[in-house]
Design a protein around this ligand. Structure first.
Ligand SMILES: NC(=O)c1ccc[n+]([C@@H]2O[C@H](COP(=O)([O-])OP(=O)(O)OC[C@H]3O[C@@H](n4cnc5c(N)ncnc54)[C@H](O)[C@@H]3O)[C@@H](O)[C@H]2O)c1
Length: 432
């Protein structure tokens, strides 16, 4: 049985408890050894001091890891640091031993995503193959001594690791193998997200926010959402923020302006090469980007494909896919939901199209321009200009997502029968 970390910004005496495995009498049974106001239970002390705490040889999926097994409250810590702290949030991360997580977890634990007053519990999901690596990640988190990091749990069973999660960042997925068709990729990853959707449905917080990063992320998010009927459909997102950030960078470069001057830039549709970076509504220094750059050929023939294939260009240079900038974009996506959107701006996120104001087919996960009050929810902005170019491009991406949905009908409860007919095998942005 694991100990729980109590984080209570109010008063109360400090209690320190250690969970120790004792090998002496009954090797499998844990003994609880409590230190309270410097009194020690002598019956357990001998066993506890004779045996050093074991280095978590067989970590249970719902237990804290290593140093995070310590149980205490924060009232005796530096009040300047902890007085304004909020209630701890639980953030589940899948693919936690992967490249993206290797950047993201440390941003989360340092307060760089949810804020410097937000204590955090990390619940890390790996695959069977990455179990050892996952322990390595937990060890690095231990050694980083982040004050805000209150709990770390690791495991390979989503039904345990997602327990009570307030946020679920679903990064882990299988890459496309040699000769694998897009339909195969959809199926193999869809199975992962079917299971994870069910697990979220069973054990996560009922208002958990889910951000799917693992590709093909739009359809993976759809599968997770459809398998989690207890959780509001609005709570599911697929990551297109990296695409937005890439689009802003290219607009800034062309306009010779610093990238912070680029706003209101939406990427519509699928996180694939059919994605639609929107230069029609984008602004540079508050002016329409089309007026500032005034080069229609560049927008259509350079800018649009460059953004969509940026991931592939990066792989050619560096030999591996973008991990740091993806982690940054995950942080940006979360911050967009937890801080109010500035007036006249938007952020891109792929969400369920039910009731959308642009006539896009319902029941798919499609990137659209959104704004948030900063409370974790969002609304789709309804007054973006859709010209003929945008309409045609959005249609292409919509058709692709409808075809993807038809290929994963077997993973969606009560899906109407549909044939899998993916003829055009578009790439993911990191594949080409
Ligand atoms: N949406 C985006 O903008 C975007 C951008 C970049 C990458 N991605 C995608 O993110 C995913 C992860 O990228 P990465 O570079 O971190 O990959 P990675 O291969 O370094 O890490 C993936 C990790 O996921 C684990 N994993 C596999 N199946 C799992 C499962 N069922 N449960 C839990 N963990 C599992 C693997 O063992 C591995 O450790 C990929 O699918 C990639 O295509 C998306």
């Amino acid at each position: 049985m694991g100990s729980r970390t109590l984080v209570q910004p109010g008063g109360g005496r400090q209690v320190l408890a250690l969970n120790l495995k004792a090998r002496s009498a009954k090797p499998s049974k844990r003994q609880l050894f409590v230190v309270a106001e410097r009194t020690i239970d002598v019956r357990t002390r001998a066993a506890a001091t004779a045996e050093r705490p074991l280095a978590v040889p067989q970590q249970e999926d719902n237990e804290n890891y290593g140093v995070f097994r310590l149980t205490y409250d924060i009232s005796n810590e530096d009040p300047k640091l902890t007085r304004t702290w909020k209630k701890t949030i639980k953030v589940a991360v899948s693919g936690a031993a992967g490249q993206i997580s290797n950047h993201l977890l440390f941003m989360l634990a340092s307060g760089g995503v949810f804020g410097l007053d937000q204590p955090i519990s990390l619940q890390l999901l790996g695959s069977e193959r990455s179990r050892e690596a996952l322990e390595g990640v937990a060890m690095e988190l231990e050694d980083s001594l982040y004050p805000l990091l209150r709990e770390v749990k690791i495991g390979i069973d989503p039904h345990k690791v997602f327990k009570d999660a307030d946020w679920a960042l679903l990064i882990g997925a299988k890459p496309r193998g040699p000769g694998m068709e897009r339909a195969d990729l959809l199926d193999i990853n869809g199975q992962i997200f079917q299971e994870q959707g069910k697990a979220l449905n069973e054990v996560a917080s009922e208002d958990v926010r889910v951000l799917v990063v693992g590709n093909p992320c739009n359809t993976n998010a759809l599968i997770a959402m459809e398998n989690a009927p207890r959780i509001p459909r609005k709570n599911f997102h697929a990551l297109t923020r990296l695409d937005e950030n890439r689009a802003k960078c290219q607009l800034a470069l062309k306009a010779e302006r610093f990238y912070t001057s680029v706003t209101n830039t939406c990427v519509w549709g699928n996180h694939s090469t059919t994605q639609v970076p929107d230069f029609v509504n984008a602004k540079i220094g508050g002016e329409p980007a089309e007026q500032v750059i005034n080069d229609d050929k560049w927008f259509k023939e350079d800018f649009t494909p460059k953004v969509a294939t940026r991931g592939g260009a990066l792989i050619k240079k560096w030999g591996r896919s973008s991990a740091a900038s993806t982690a940054v974009s995950v942080a940006d996506a979360i911050k967009s939901l937890t801080t109010p959107t500035p007036e006249g701006d938007c952020f891109s996120t792929a969400v369920c199209t039910d009731g959308n104001p642009y006539g896009i087919a319902e029941g798919i996960i499609f990137s659209m321009p959104c704004r948030s009050k900063g409370d974790g929810s969002y609304e789709v902005i309804d007054d973006f200009i859709i010209d003929d170019w945008l309409r045609a491009k959005i249609k292409e991406s919509e058709e692709e997502l409808l075809k993807e949905r038809a290929c994963v009908g077997h993973l969606i409860p009560n899906a109407p029968p549909a044939a899998c007919e993916i003829t055009l095998d578009t790439m993911l942005p990191g594949e080409n």
